[in-house]
Design a protein around this ligand. Structure first.
Ligand SMILES: NC(=O)CC[C@H](N)C(=O)O
Length: 240
């Protein structure tokens, strides 16, 4: 972070951003603003060059074709890799998770190289995973349980260079009981929502990484009660 302004970039919002994932940028910006910290949000469409100088990058979800186009654009230029080498924070959702991994196979059986920023490989599952998810976050990150909505066919195996974000209490996630993947400051999940609106602790974890220090507490009781309600709803609607 330079000049006391945190710079947030939406990566290819024209093709990656199903289920309002671009709203994650708004959540981060607003949570900083409430603490008196200025943040800028800029979107970089697929015709534009993605700068490597930003503090925090967001990748949303997308259909198979959209994510195949996205990965070809991102592999053609080293912007995101240079940013990660500089210590920037990267947050991916669903297709974003799959793209950040080493490789993914789409529903048509085509295998595509990923960006290799996470040690995670994705193959199609037997059916789409659709519904509410609750995730118990691993002790490495230690935030409260996450809630979100998933809609994906891919199943992801996290290997030794990354660790899972957590374990699913309900829902499918990666498909083997785990959810998401993390390497350093690159973190990804299957959860839509926008997930950072539903899980402020995760938003603040990303902000702590980007700021280099945990942001001040932000007591918003209504956000807490909404979270409790969603956890209860996920329990009631638990999938078999
Ligand atoms: N919601 C998404 O981003 C879907 C990702 C991917 N196309 C899948 O179906 O697995």
């Amino acid at each position: 972070m330079t000049d006391s302004v945190l710079r947030i970039g939406l990566v290819l919002p024209d093709i990656l951003g199903t289920y309002g994932d671009s709203g994650n940028a708004e959540v981060l910006q607003r949570r900083l603003q409430w603490r008196g910290i200025t943040a800028t949000v800029a979107g970089f469409d697929h015709g534009e060059v993605l700068p490597s100088s930003l503090d925090l990058y967001l990748l949303g979800g997308g259909e198979d074709d959209a994510q195949t186009l996205a990965v070809s654009r991102l592999r053609a230029r080293p912007g995101l890799h240079h940013a990660v080498e500089r210590g920037a924070v990267v947050f991916g959702v669903c297709a974003g998770l799959q793209i950040l991994g080493t490789e993914f196979t789409t529903s048509d059986g085509m295998r595509h190289a990923g960006l290799g920023l996470l040690d995670a490989a994705t193959v199609p599952g037997p059916r789409r995973a659709v519904g509410e998810v609750v995730v118990d976050v691993g002790p490495e990150l230690g935030t409260e349980p996450l809630t979100g909505f998933e809609n994906h066919r891919g199943r992801t195996r996290v290997a030794g260079g990354s660790h899972a974000l957590g374990r699913v209490r309900s829902g499918v996630g990666n498909g083997d009981g785990t959810e998401g993947a993390v390497t350093g400051r690159v973190l990804a999940t299957y959860l839509h929502g926008p997930v950072l609106a539903r899980n402020p602790a995760l938003a603040d974890l990303l902000l702590a990484w980007a700021l280099g220090t945990p942001p001040s507490a932000l007591p918003l009781p209504e956000v807490g009660s909404l979270r409790e309600e969603r956890l209860r709803a996920a329990k009631r609607g638990r999938r078999k």
